[in-house]
Design a protein around this ligand. Sequence first.
Ligand code: MG
Ligand code: ZN
Length: 182
Amino acid sequence: MNTGVPRRAAFLDRDGTINLEVDYLSDPAELCLIPGSAAAIAQLNRADWCVVVVTNQSGIARGKLTEVDLTAIHRRLDELLAAEGAHIDAYYHCPHHPEFGASGACTCRKPEPGLFLRAAEELSLDLSRSWTIGDSLRDLEAGVRAGTGGVLVRTGKSAALPSESPTSYSAADLAAAVASLV
Ligand SMILES: [Mg+2]
Ligand SMILES: [Zn+2]
């Protein structure tokens, strides 16, 4: 039901947040959910949050995977989530090389907030009531620049960060992060 009221969203990083971190994941068979991720996403679905995946995929610019591979990975993720009654509402990715972003040509690679702003426009989201959840400070910076709150999850890359990192909130994993918000 679309009531015309902007929805709140959960902007989720993918690798290291929903699924286990793999360097340049290019094969759907390598996709493995972090325990509790699917149940957490189902909880967001039931609470009528719009669940948006925002992912940096510089592997595309680096020739490590194609857009077709990426679509196959996301269909596989959809299957794994559906088996646990969960779904992603929309996927947004940056295919660019970091150097392309550094030149100012890309406004979508996190920590740039471009994908968040585009999603908000296309999906009618209320950024001020939305949250970004990711395993890197870069994810949170992008979300905060777009006007959302941020929760760092201690899975994936952030497992190596010092316990006190410059972020307002952190949680053990996606399940704990969602439990604190919904
Ligand atoms: Mg990540
Ligand atoms: Zn980009």
